[in-house]
Design a binder for this molecule. Structure first.
Ligand code: MG
Length: 167
């Protein structure tokens, strides 16, 4: 007989194009830069990757299914609101978030000074301690579109569990 299901993992990836005339928002933090990410919402690829990882872990498909970009309600949407909605969805299924590990891949700008503020935003959206969120950043060694400053990508892995969250 299989063990009772409790913990589940999820992972995801997102990438958005960098263009002029858009704000650069990552992890809910607006970062001064000459270009920003293009997308239907605020194009926050870090929060999209985290949201998708959580939905995947809970067996709830992805943010494209949950929040279609054909829906005008999500035009210019703050992705922190999307992440809060994802938290509500996984909570309805009886899960809480144990931890998240994410990696931003950006050639520019330097993101290290903003990582703690990103973690605070993510922790607030998911009702967990900031220590449960890890965000790190890598360059793309000048290679391909990311290395040429034409895009920023993010990877995320999460663990969810059917237990009371530590708050
Ligand atoms: Mg996206």
């Amino acid at each position: 007989m299989p063990a009772k299901e409790s913990m589940r993992i999820g992972h995801s990836y997102d990438i958005h194009r960098l263009v002029s005339g858009r704000p650069l928002i990552l992890g809910g933090v607006q970062i001064p830069h000459e270009t920003g990410l293009l997308g239907h919402s605020d194009a926050d690829c870090l929060l999209h990757a985290i949201a998708d990882a959580l939905l995947g872990a809970a067996g709830l498909s992805d943010i494209g299914q949950q929040f279609p970009d054909t829906d005008p309600a999500y035009q210019g949407a703050d992705s922190q609101v999307l992440l809060q909605k994802v938290h509500a969805l996984i909570t309805q299924k009886g899960y809480c978030v144990v931890n998240i590990d994410a990696t931003l891949v950006a050639q520019a700008p330097k993101l290290a000074p903003y990582l703690f503020a990103m973690r605070q935003n993510i922790a607030r959206c998911l009702h967990i301690l900031v220590e449960a969120i890890n965000v790190k950043v890598r360059t793309h060694e000048g290679l391909d579109a990311i290395g040429n400053k034409e895009a920023i990508a993010a990877w995320a892995v999460c663990l969810i569990d059917q237990r009371e969250p530590v708050q």
